[in-house]
Design a protein around this ligand. Sequence first.
Ligand code: ARG
Length: 472
Amino acid sequence: MSDSTKNSSTKAQQAEKPWNGRFTEPTDAFVEAFTASVTFDQRMYQQDIAGSVAHAKMLTHVGVLTQSECDQIIDGLGQIKQKIETGEFNWSIKLEDVHMNIEAALTDLIGITGKKLHTGRSRNDQVATDIRLYLRDEVDQVLSELKRLQNALINLAENEAETIMPGFTHLQTAQPVTFGHHMLAWFENLERDRSRFIDCRKRVNVMPLGAAALAGTTYPIDRNFTARELGFEGVCENSLDAVSDRDFAIELTANAALLMTHLSRFSEELVLWASAQFNFVELSDSFCTGSSIMPQKKNPDVPELVRGKTGRVNGHLISLLTLMKGQPLAYNKDNQEDKEPLFDTIDTIKGSLKVYADMMQHVSVNKEAMREAAIRGFSTATDLADYLVRAGVPFRDAHEVVGKAVRLGVESKRDLAELSLQELQQFSDQIKADVFSVLTLEGSVAARNHLGGTAPEQVRAAVKRARLKVAD
Ligand code: ARG
């Protein structure tokens, strides 16, 4: 190949690239693939197109584009969107990312006017805008899945307001609680998650567009116009910050990591509870799998997998923090690395919430087994101590009396309520016949009748308040 032919083929190859003007040599093929993001950022095509439509309208509003140019651009982008959605769009690695692929397709479609769309903007403010639009939509879906799960827990709490289970500390039976109360504890965790996502949405929903590459633009743009078009609550105040800030992505991933931590802890309980040893709950067959070798097995795969997926989201949080820690202002190509962890975080939490919301609607509760476990675990021992304290026994002495009664129960394989009055009285003469009312599980939970307590009455009141919280 002569030098001149080599040169001309080089030029033709390069011609596609919008930034090729200052280049004389083609991009190395491996570098082209290495630096491209289109394989993953194409998922933001809707946001990219919405951003371009709003930008074109703004440029027309301020007189940089004519109405007819604007119409052509919007029409062309509409056709491209359709092509993407019907699978006819040809994504090219040579065109690096979603932004340049769509812009090049627009120019192919409508000619020279397509090239005017990029006036007064840069891919730096464009990509930051796309991610924020994308995350805003996703946060809304996360919020609605969160609510769906919360509603499932409220329903369970309402149905099981009187169902007694052992409450644990150190995974040792501690005191009886109601299953409804336990479900509402997880509701509270999720309610905090929801409030964190709502709060972070405010900082997601701010518009970088107009910052251009980093310093703003010389065109008479109207950023508030574009922001209104796109439903942003405000515009980023500083152009350097606008293109370089990814705090919103880190925040969102931190919220996701905490959400997954909650689901992971809940999963651990479900795995234990679904075991033959606990047998507190049964998960529906449609959320479990069997073993190919052990016919008796029904494995709680869904909670196990959610517990496992927590690791990747924690990892993404560390990835994003590390991605940002060494970057000087303003935009750096490093930022392209924000997308995969973010996308996977979103997919993971949406999937986990969805499967959890569905699964929790089909949990059956084994009241008998829970009751049996609460009895076996001497869970009303504290109630006996409190009874003695009410009769004037100092708490430390009461503790010792109850300890002895528990030892007798362990030795004779009986619950405290199954010991006779005489047997109990050998440990303290303050014990009277009315002691049996505090030794029952029902008496124990009903006595914790204050705001935040486990009494069925309190659970019903908490259910009402919970319903109001998720009502909007
Ligand atoms: N694909 C790039 C990213 O995800 C878009 C912005 C590129 N800007 C640039 N000047 N190379 O961050």
